[in-house]
Ligand binder design. Structure first.
Ligand SMILES: Nc1nc2c(c(=O)[nH]1)N[C@H]1C(S)=C(S)[C@@H](COP(=O)(O)O)O[C@H]1N2
Ligand SMILES: [Mo]
Length: 407
């Protein structure tokens, strides 16, 4: 005989209501254990093909980060790539009819390219490029900063294929007074107002004209996933990832510092001079973040790993330093008292993260922490404590650490 099924319990209904964000009309008629369809439609692994252990920080807009051990791959696959959206991801556009307009005060004559024209007219380049959200690590600041509470996982390093922005700009012809480029994408504003631009940031000409600055149409050898900017994306590796516009249909060459939304005010800016935690800083004293600071991650083992005493622990991870190269990575097992050098590889190309590894023999059983610290080519190394507090919680490049138990 079939087991009698019970109607849903009050407590379960209440938690489902909280998850869905609205009252479930006729909810009392659901059976206990019934899973409303909406939950599956809202599941990042189903919606975006994300790994099931990725952390969802927000779903309006979608902001998802990796855990350190999920970033173990040398080249970040889409499934483990963090997602940061300031607005609503557009519906999948038709790439055949998509165009990119190059305009602005500093072009002689604006031009419109189809993707096909970009692909046939200009040479293709592939680079592995580090994209880290300016706010990665924000959750550790005290007093806390508003915004997504990223821990360590808002960083990726995938292969991006496209044409050089420089080649396109040279073809269009830029005037001598050009100082900045600004991108425009087609994501929609959270307010629903179709006129409002979500985010329009950019980079100075020196960065725009670098070899590795791409107008990309592929990621890891395939079409860019919708959530990461399909069908066209600007990629400016080593800078806050907010400079790498998704779903772009326009790039303006400006004769002033670009002034689009989230380029001005306090967005993606830090105090030009260090300030005491909690200080109020006026907008004139906030400077635009350019190259990201030196940083590293321990991606293997995962924090909390348990290991038998007789075994050697192989640890590994990545290190990157914005526009610079990483010169060395050290690790400590005694809370930063002594450091040993890890083996470090060269980057695959400029602006790609570098892989490092080390083998550790622990002296006795017990609890340890392994800390990693990278040093860049100008001698800057990661701080052991959270660095320079700033009002918006950017640029936390403190040493990453993991817990290990030796039994
Ligand atoms: N059009 C558009 N581009 C955007 C954003 C956005 O909200 N809209 N977010 C930016 C920010 S703040 C970051 S950190 C990166 C995130 O890229 P990802 O989602 O592909 O990891 O995209 C940048 N480009
Ligand atoms: Mo970001």
């Amino acid at each position: 005989m079939a087991k009698r099924r019970d109607f849903i319990k009050k407590a379960s209904l209440a938690s489902l209501t909280a998850l869905l964000g609205s009252k479930i009309v006729f909810g009392e008629s659901m059976l206990e254990g019934y899973r409303p369809l909406f939950l599956d439609q809202n599941d990042p692994s189903k919606l975006f093909g994300k790994h099931k252990d990725m952390t969802v920080l927000n779903d309006r807009p979608w902001n998802i980060e990796a855990k350190a051990h999920l970033l173990d791959d040398e080249i970040t696959p889409a499934s483990k790539m963090f997602m940061r959206n300031n607005g609503i991801i557009p519906d999948k556009p038709d790439s055949e009819s998509w165009t990119l307009t190059i305009d602005g005060e500093s072009v002689s004559k604006s031009r419109i390219f189809t993707i096909q024209e970009l692909k046939t007219r200009f040479r293709h380049y592939t680079y592995q490029l580090t994209l880290e959200c300016g706010g990665n690590g924000r959750s550790e600041f005290n007093p806390p900063a508003k915004g997504n509470q990223w821990t360590v996982g808002a960083v990726s390093c995938a292969n991006w294929t496209g044409v050089r922005l420089r080649d396109v700009l040279e073809d269009v012809g830029i005037k001598n007074d050009a100082v900045y480029i600004g991108y425009y994408g087609v994501d929609r504003h959270l307010s629903g107002d179709a006129e409002k631009v979500v985010i329009s940031r950019g980079v100075p000409m020196t960065k725009a004209l670098q070899d590795e600055t791409l107008i990309a149409f592929q990621m890891n050898g395939e079409d860019i996933p919708l959530a990461h900017g399909y069908p066209l994306r600007l990629i400016a590796g080593g800078w806050p990832a907010s400079a790498s516009g998704k779903w772009i249909n326009r790039i303006s060459v400006r004769n002033i510092e670009h002034d689009g939304p989230k380029m001005t005010g306090d967005a993606y800016r830090v105090p030009c001079e260090a300030v005491a935690p909690g200080s109020v800083v006026s907008s004139e004293n906030m400077c635009i973040i350019e190259s990201m600071p030196v940083k590293s991650l321990i991606t293997y083992p995962r924090s909390g790993a348990t290991l038998e005493m007789d075994n050697v622990l192989e640890i590994r991870g990545h290190a990157w330093a914005g526009e610079l190269e990483v010169n060395r990575v050290d690790y400590s097992t005694d809370f930063g008292t002594t450091w040993k050098k890890a083996a470090l590889r060269k980057p695959k190309n400029r602006l790609a993260w570098q892989h490092w590894k080390a083998s550790i023999q622990f002296p006795k059983k017990g609890y340890y922490e392994v800390w990693a610290r990278a040093t860049d080519s100008e001698g800057n190394s990661q701080p052991m404590v959270v660095p320079g507090w700033n009002p918006k919680g950017y640029l936390n490049n403190a040493c990453h650490r993991i817990a290990v138990k030796i039994v």
